[in-house]
Design a binder for this molecule. Structure first.
Ligand code: NDP
Length: 247
C-alpha cells in the first residue's frame, strides 16, 4: 500500500490536545517524524514521551504561535534536528464565541492573532525552507465556519474564512516550488475547543449541541493523513467534513 507519510518530517501546531494531538499520534504511527508545537510544554512533552516510548519519532518544541520569533525558531529547530520540513500543519486555534454586541475586543484580537496571524507566521517561517527544498506541504486548518456564518461566531468565522482565502492564494503562488497546500475544514469534533468560551450560557448551549453530534478527533487525523499520503503530484486542495448529523 502507498505510504507517502513514512519518513516525512511533519510540524503540527496545537499538538497539545484535540485535533493536533490526534493527528500527531496517527502520523507518527504511519512512520512520520512529528514535531509537536504548543504553549503547554507539559502536554507536548508527555505526548513526545508516549510516542517515543512506543518506538515512534517525535519532538516537542514549546511554541506560542502569536510570537513570530518563536514560530521561526520552531521551524529552525525542526530543520536543525531533522534536516528538512516536509509538512507544516497550521492547526493551533481558539474559538471564544460571543455576540459582537458584547464587544469582547480582547477575544477578537486573540482569535485574529492565533487563528490568522499564527497561520501566516507558520507560512512565513516554513516557506523559505520549502522553496529551497523545492518540496513541501502546508496544511491550514479552517472550519465549516470558514464556509458559513453562525450566531455568536462572527469573528471566529471571519478568521476561518480568511484562512481559506490565504490558503488558496498560497496554493496559486507556490506552484513553481512544488509545494502542496491543503485546507482542512472540520465540523464538530470532540476536543477542548469549547473550554475557552468565556460566556457561560453560550458555552453550555454550544456544549449541549456539540456533545450530541461531535465525532472523535481521529477523523481529523485521517483527513490530514489522506492529504499527505497522496502522491506528490496530487494536491488535495480542500477537505470539508462534519458529523453526519450536523446541519
Ligand atoms: P483544542 O482546544 O483541543 O486545541 C487547540 C490547540 O491550539 C491546543 O493544542 C492549543 O495548545 C493550541 N493553541 C491555542 N493557542 C495557541 C497559541 N497561542 N500558540 C500555540 N498553540 C496554541 O481544539 P481543537 O483541537 O478542536 O482545535 C484545533 C483546530 O481545529 C483549531 O484551529 C480549530 O479552530 C479547528 N476546528 C475545530 C473544530 C472542532 O469542532 N473541534 C471544528 C472546526 C475547526 P496550547 O493551549 O497548549 O498552546
Amino acid at each position: 500500500m502507498l505510504n507517502n507519510i513514512a519518513g516525512k518530517v511533519i510540524v503540527i501546531t496545537g499538538a497539545s490536545s484535540g485535533n493536533g494531538a490526534a493527528a500527531a499520534r496517527h502520523l507518527a504511527e504511519c512512520g512520520a517524524t512529528v514535531v509537536l508545537a504548543a504553549r503547554r510544554l507539559d502536554r507536548i512533552s508527555a505526548l513526545e514521551k508516549e510516542l517515543t516510548d512506543a518506538g515512534f519519532k517525535a519532538k516537542a518544541v514549546q511554541t506560542d504561535v502569536v510570537d513570530e520569533a518563536q514560530v521561526k525558531e520552531l521551524i529552525n529547530t525542526t530543520v536543525d534536528s531533522f534536516g528538512k520540513i516536509d509538512v507544516l500543519i497550521n492547526n493551533a486555534g481558539i474559538m471564544p464565541l460571543a455576540p459582537l454586541e458584547q464587544l469582547k475586543t480582547n477575544e477578537w484580537d486573540q482569535m485574529i492573532d492565533v487563528n490568522l496571524k499564527g497561520t501566516l507566521y507558520g507560512i512565513a517561517a516554513a516557506l523559505p525552507q520549502m522553496q529551497k527544498q523545492k518540496s513541501g506541504h502546508i496544511i491550514n486548518v479552517s472550519s465549516v465556519y470558514g464556509h458559513k456564518l453562525g450566531p455568536d461566531a462572527t469573528v471566529y468565522c471571519a478568521t476561518k474564512h480568511a484562512v481559506r482565502a490565504l490558503s488558496e492564494g498560497l496554493r496559486q503562488e507556490v506552484k513553481p516550488y512544488n509545494i502542496r497546500t491543503t485546507i482542512v475544514s472540520p465540523g464538530a469534533v470532540a476536543t477542548e475547543l469549547l473550554d475557552h468560551i468565556s460566556d457561560e450560557k453560550i458555552q453550555s448551549d454550544t456544549r449541549a449541541f456539540v456533545d450530541q453530534i461531535a465525532i472523535p478527533a481521529d477523523s481529523f487525523a485521517r483527513m490530514v493523513a489522506f492529504a499527505i499520503n497522496e502522491p506528490e503530484n496530487v494536491d488535495v486542495n480542500e477537505i470539508l467534513f462534519r458529523p453526519t448529523a450536523q446541519p
